[in-house]
Design a protein around this ligand. Sequence first.
Ligand code: AMP
Ligand code: MG
Length: 312
Amino acid sequence: MSPRTEEALGTICTINLFDQGSEELYRRLFGRLSEIEGIFSPHLEGSDTARLNLGAGLEPVELSSSFIYVLDKALDYAELSGGAFNPALGPLIKLWDIGGEARIPSIFEIEEALELSNYRELEIYPQAMLLRRGMALDLGAIVKGYALDELRKILIEEEIDRAILDLGGDVYVHGARPSGDPWRVGLQDPREGLGGYLGIINAQDASIATSGTYQRYFEIEGRRYHHLLSPFTGYPVENGLMSVTVISRSGIEADALATAAFVLGWEEGRALIARSEGALGIFVFDDETLRLVGEAQDVEFELIAGEYRLAE
Ligand code: AMP
Ligand code: MG
């Protein structure tokens, strides 16, 4: 059976189960994706995110156990990254609306949004509530990784030998190729938009998550405003990076670390990844250099684009 593609989690998702693909299993996997979207999407009425945001400063809400699991992880990464990864950045994300209305907010609006983006002003137990009116959670930087982990559980339960899951560029490769060799996953050249590759990641049973300036942005007067926002300045992060890719067995970890490391930049981002056992980070800079940090089990990276070089 050929691979299946559907829209979910605000992106294009492709699942390839190769010769073990049945109609029923494809339906179950995509069904789980739409369930996850129904819990986490800030835009879907009745989702946990929407209810929590609507009740901000007003009333506590009941959250699903999946939501609390992901939120707990997000708060861990917020602490580990000194707030660079911020699950309560909703007001700023809505303000910039990257990918929506192309407009640069005023300094005043940015300050107001930042003022409402403190992830510590959140209660979870015994009931969940954002403490101030106007606060908003956005778990978009971690939910695709969580979704990869959830689908992986189903693949294991169904004893599937090999599969590739691609959720808008965040990929999980399950098992190995029929020859027993690892899968070969292309690392996007950030300059090429959704075109060429600058390297190949050889991996098995691994999640590969990328945060990059090319994924969602708008341009005004030749300047690019991308979707990775600094909780410190309130503007898209500018630190010489074009993308950070993290490979780890855990999807949620790869996704969170990629966003966190991008926002932190090379020095602090590398330290964060170095502390995370079993994670490999590939940092791509706008001067066409790459830097690697860490190690992931059974993962190797090959550089293929001649213009780029590996730096220390
Ligand atoms: P990702 O592609 O996983 O890096 O997630 C990017 C998305 O996470 C953005 O489109 C925003 O919705 C959200 N986001 C942007 N900046 C941050 C940040 N500093 N911390 C947490 N989430 C963020
Ligand atoms: Mg992420």
